[in-house]
Design a protein around this ligand. Structure first.
Ligand SMILES: *Cc1c(COP(=O)(O)O)cnc(C)c1O
Length: 387
């Protein structure tokens, strides 16, 4: 099969986004990867086939997406899953009872729930630490530690983890490092370049970008991990359907373009919120006032469209979500449309209240996923809702 681009990552990200991992269509010359909506493939004779036997194991549309995202992250192997959590589930299946994982505590609520309520009962041990200091991960290591897991920036507090520092730590101790890169995307941050072994995505978010599917993806450069993850993907079977893969693949083609706008509008809205009297606390890594702004500048080439703020007043917070018109009250993030979320009752309802309190996730906190609408309209919408 002839690739449109060579696999050597010699092209710029915007070019890779459109073409990487795509093959020429031998039947019709289709410019867009077809949706191979099939469960099985005709074989010519016993043991004679085109490399495709059964669609849980191989699907050309899924493979095109996997190669595309792998190329965007600067990795060599990609594995698509039915959701971001199914992708994390596959990572956790690399381990066995008695193994220990050190995870950031400010991770996506469902990620923490999966580790605590599904895998801990099977005997995996997980310690959750404040991921803002790499030394917290180091202190929590035990002889049984097999993996460090973190998210940066975190959801919804925008805490950062120093990827170089935890990468160095993981490499020096010979333990795995997996990073959830859903928020920053490969457009702004590439963890594989600083010692991360596995990058995780909820493709539901920015990678797809159009809020019309749910999916997950893992990328690695390590052949040994790829072999194991590929085995788990097929053996556990949490694979996405070809239609969803195609939607995600259509999304990644415009990822660099969309991220540019999310970033520009995110900065504008964060600046505007910084000057608003109803805002008590503001969380955006692109602001000079963010406590880890220097780190953000070092490891991110953009800051994206996720902005959280706290009014310090639950009644006002409730009024804002009821009054906004362009921003829509909904879970999820990363789509072309702007969303507003209330983490305490929505995405992070499953996180224990004491951990929520500890990280500053109050009942009056709001999280914006700034979309690609005209930023003037978005600011006007917030203004009428907040005043
Ligand atoms: C949404 C999300 C997940 C989970 O992904 P699903 O596709 O919903 O399973 C994991 N991490 C982050 C940062 C997310 O935003």
């Amino acid at each position: 099969m002839t690739r449109i681009l060579p696999d050597d990552l010699s092209h710029a990200l915007a070019t890779r986004a459109v073409h990487a991992g795509q093959v020429e269509d031998p039947l019709a010359g289709a410019v867009m990867t077809p949706i191979y909506q099939t469960s099985t493939y005709r074989q010519e004779g016993l043991g004679k086939h085109k490399g495709y036997e059964y669609a849980r194991t191989q699907n050309p549309t899924r493979e095109a997406l996997e190669r595309n995202v792998a190329a965007l992250e600067g990795g060599t192997h990609g594995f698509a899953f039915g959701s971001g959590l199914a992708a994390l589930d596959a990572i956790l299946k690399l381990f066995k009872a008695g193994d220990h994982i050190v995870s950031g505590e400010s991770v996506y609520g469902g990620s923490m729930r999966l580790m605590r309520q599904i895998f801990e009962p099977y005997g995996l041990k997980v310690t959750f630490v404040d991921s803002r200091e790499a030394s917290n991960f180091e202190r929590a290591l035990t002889p049984a530690t097999r993996m460090i897991y973190c998210e940066t920036p975190t959801n919804p507090m925008m805490f950062l983890t120093d990827l170089q520092a935890v990468g160095d730590l993981a490499v020096s101790r010979g333990i795995l490092l997996a990073v959830d890169n859903t928020f920053a995307t490969p457009v702004f941050q590439r963890p594989l370049e600083t010692g991360t072994d596995i990058v995780l995505h909820s493709t539901t978010k920015y990678l797809n970008g159009h809020s019309d599917m749910v999916g997950g993806l893992l990328v690695t450069r390590r052949d040994d991990l790829a072999e194991r993850i590929g085995f788990i993907q097929n053996a556990s079977g949490a694979v996405p359907g070809p239609m969803d893969c195609w939607l995600a693949l259509r999304g990644t083609k415009t990822l660099p373009l969309r991220m540019k706008q999310h970033d520009a509008s995110g900065r504008r809205i964060a600046d505007w919120l910084a000057g608003h009297q109803a805002v008590e606390k503001l969380y955006y890594p692109g602001l000079a006032s963010h406590p880890q702004h220097a780190l953000a500048r070092r490891q991110m080439s953009g800051f994206g469209g996720m902005v959280s703020f706290d009014t310090g007043n639950f009644d006002l917070t409730r009024r804002i979500v009821e009054r906004v018109r362009i921003f829509q009250l909904a879970e999820s993030l990363g789509g072309v449309e702007s969303l507003i979320g209330h983490p305490a009752s929505m995405t992070h309802a499953s996180v224990p209240p004491e951990i929520r309190r500890e990280m500053g996730l109050t009942d009056s906190l709001l999280r914006l996923s700034v979309g690609i609408e005209a930023v003037e309209d978005l600011i006007a919408d917030l203004e009428q809702a907040m005043n």
